[in-house]
Design a protein around this ligand. Structure first.
Ligand code: GLC
Length: 563
């Protein structure tokens, strides 16, 4: 492979912190920066390299920080700027990098820019947002917000609508305006000059709008993110951002790439594009959702999952850089969705961590997945906090819909599944806070917690630590090409990563069944050395494996045929 394409962030593993739920140091029930500092040694021990922290900027928290009131100030509940500086310094000292979560598509309606913007049509900040006059006495078009209702809100005083693809407290910024763009680059520079190691960029694919603001097409299938994403100037804006500020720093930028196809991927993250380092797509994260929306399920099977991995690898493998992710703060828990949190929580979590660490792309571990935290099922809808749940619930009540059915869907599909407090030990609220947490803890913290996991040699954490070491030691797992060797198999996911002479074979049983698995030719007949597996008592097996429930194995393949 081309050695000039090697970078630190391709070789790194990312751990995502949702700060509100990670660790509370002062007993107010809300996680904070000092809480993060107290856990840096723990993160170092896991073997991760980069911490992505969900937004920590000053915010009224309509959407837990994804509604920024001041991009250069720290949210009061999280601490102060000196706490931040201390965190960055300590992390760097320990060899950990930190990337922040920039929210460039929209701000809070309480941001100074919006406060000015809505004052009058000729205010210098008017054009920082997207304002339109009514059409036939109603909104300018039929766009809907991701979080329910029209994407337009009418402002009485100036008699115009403003656009918000998320809540009405998250007005979309107008990237067509050059001064707005410069302000955003200044924000980026402010944090980079402090020494942060890059950014995750929230819904970056939405920043360029189709200026004709068309209605949805006649045959609209409900996939509004596809209609909004990838606007005509997206690459101009990203290139400008790169040229104006990013190019001066050696940083990682990863775009949250809602609504793009594999073919678009390298346009955002291609080595020669000078835009972003990497993106993460939604094809896997939304594999169980129909185009009708977030609370609409669809079935999926292993061949479909494999196809998505193949397609994205084919598009991005040589030309861009992928992210490998099975969950984050916007989706249910990895093990509850892709594994089995009832009968095989341990085995299936380990199997999924094996998948994350062995695909081509930077692996993302979401907080709590290292101990196999699971979805939660609160009894009442009022135990939930997410604005998306609240808005959808309000709509269902208004329309006289089935509230019990909705609660059931929330248990399975909602974002709050991933937002319950981190489970550190078996004490009250899992040791997350000495006060009352902002959202209830998952009652299973008495069994599933970091303390117990660290004390148990067979735990997910100890497996993960080993797995990440193996990834680091085998460059084929980082830079090697990717070959799905059994695409149609509905139960077993097996693939080979190849870098020059090195070949690594990964075999994952995605079911609770015992499976006799014949490794496809020619790999089955190669001599192999087991690097890691999620069961202890491994027999020496040749080309037919007896896979147990959710068993995972990673083999180094020798260039020697076994007789
Ligand atoms: C992204 C974030 C999500 C947020 C939304 C609006 O999808 O990950 O949490 O609600 O953008 O900012």
């Amino acid at each position: 492979m081309d050695k000039t394409l090697k970078t630190w962030w391709k070789e790194s593993v990312i751990y995502q912190i949702y700060p509100r739920s990670f660790m509370d140091s002062d007993g107010d029930g809300i996680g904070d920066i000092q809480g993060i500092i107290s856990k840096l040694d723990y993160l170092k021990k896991l073997g991760i390299d980069i911490i992505w922290i969900s937004p920590i900027f000053d915010s009224p928290n309509d959407d837990n920080g994804y509604d920024v009131r001041d991009y250069c100030a720290i949210m009061e509940e999280f601490g102060t700027m000196s706490d931040f500086d201390e965190m960055l310094k300590q992390a760097h000292k320990k060899g950990l990098k930190i990337i922040l979560d920039l929210v460039p598509n929209h701000s809070s309606d309480e941001h100074r820019w919006f406060q000015e913007s809505k004052k009058s049509k000729d205010n210098p900040y008017r054009d920082y947002y997207i304002w339109k006059p009514p059409v036939n006495g109603g909104p300018p078009n039929d766009w809907i917000s991701f979080f329910e209702g029209s994407a337009w809100t009418f402002d009485e005083s100036t008699q115009e609508y403003y656009l918000h693809l998320f809540t009405k407290k998250q007005p979309d910024l107008n990237w067509e305006n050059p001064s707005l763009r410069q302000e955003m680059y200044e924000v980026i520079r402010f944090w980079l000059d402090k020494g942060v190691d890059g950014f995750r960029m929230d819904v970056i694919t939405l920043i360029s709008k189709d200026l004709s603001f068309p209605n949805f097409p006649k045959n609209f299938n409900g996939n509004h993110h596809i209609e909004y994403a990838n606007g005509p100037k997206i690459h101009d804006f990203l290139r400008e951002m790169h040229d104006e500020v990013l190019k001066e720093y050696d940083v990682l930028t990863v775009g949250e790439a809602l609504g793009i196809s594999p073919a678009d991927g390298p346009l955002y993250s291609g080595h020669d594009r000078k835009e972003l380092s990497s993106v993460y797509h939604f094809d896997i994260l939304q594999i169980d959702r129909s185009s009708k929306g977030f609370y609409h399920k669809k079935g999926w099977g292993l061949p479909e999952l494999k196809m998505i991995f193949r397609r994205w690898d084919k598009a991005m493998g040589e030309r861009g850089w992928n992210s490998v992710m099975l969950g984050n703060h916007d989706f249910p828990r990895m093990v509850s969705r892709f594994g089995n949190d009832k009968t095989h929580r341990l085995e299936s979590s380990k199997m999924l961590h094996t998948l994350l660490a062995t695909q081509r792309g930077t692996p993302y571990i979401y907080q709590g997945d290292e101990i196999g935290m699971t979805n939660v099922a609160f009894e009442s809808i009022h135990d939930y906090d997410d604005v998306w749940i609240k808005n959808t619930h309000a709509k269902i009540v208004q329309e006289g819909g089935n509230e019990m059915e909705f609660l059931r869907l929330v248990h399975e599909l909602s974002r709050d599944n991933a937002r319950t407090p981190m489970q550190w030990d078996d004490s009250f609220y899992g040791g997350f806070t000495k006060g009352i947490p902002w959202i209830k803890s998952n009652p299973n913290h008495t069994e599933i917690n970091v303390k117990a996991a660290l004390n148990d040699g067979n735990s997910i954490i100890h497996f993960l630590i080993q797995m990440l070491k193996i990834r680091k030691e085998n460059q084929a797992l980082i830079y090697g090409s990717y070959q799905d060797i059994d695409p149609e198999n509905e139960m077993v996911f097996s693939y080979v990563r190849t870098l020059e002479e090195q070949k690594v074979l990964v075999v994952l049983n995605f079911t609770a069944k015992k499976i006799e698995y014949k490794i496809p030719k020619p790999f089955g007949s190669l001599d192999k050395k087991l690097l890691i597996g999620n069961y202890f008592d491994l027999e020496k097996e040749v080309n037919t494996l007896q896979l147990r429930a959710y068993e995972s194995r990673v083999y180094y393949l020798m260039n020697k045929v076994i007789s």
